[in-house]
Design a protein around this ligand. Structure first.
Ligand code: ZN
Length: 121
């Protein structure tokens, strides 16, 4: 795990953007910048201690969001507005950016679909 660029803690599991520079930071320091991404790739989480309940985002999230959005005839900005997030986030999600849980949950609620999966073999 990387070191937090701001406080030096060992738990830099978030990324934030400050003045255009992307930094690895910890949960406490993420608020000092603009959080940009938590990239989750399906197989990474499998290494995490199995005793935790692990949920992960479906791997084809970008395609699913685009398909659902187009099915409803919404522009990216219109969808963002409807679920109350910044308009460029939908664009970034469709380009392959994995948003945090709160946005995933808004999308799930809006489209009435499941975007998270439990990792079970
Ligand atoms: Zn920190």
């Amino acid at each position: 795990m990387a070191e937090c660029a701001l406080c030096g803690s060992k738990n830099a599991n978030r990324k934030t953007e400050i003045d255009g520079v992307v930094l690895d930071v910890c949960n406490n320091c993420v608020k000092f910048g603009k959080e940009i991404a938590i990239v989750r790739k399906g197989n990474i989480s499998r290494n995490i201690n199995r005793s935790f309940e692990i949920e992960d985002v479906v791997e084809d999230l970008p395609q699913i969001i685009r398909k659902q959005r187009e099915k409803m005839g919404l522009k990216q900005e219109e969808l963002a507005q409807k679920i109350g997030i910044k308009h460029n986030l939908i664009k970034r999600i469709e380009e392959g950016w994995y948003p945090d849980n709160s946005i995933i949950e808004k999308l799930e609620k809006f489209f009435k679909i499941k975007l998270k999966r439990s990792i079970e073999e």
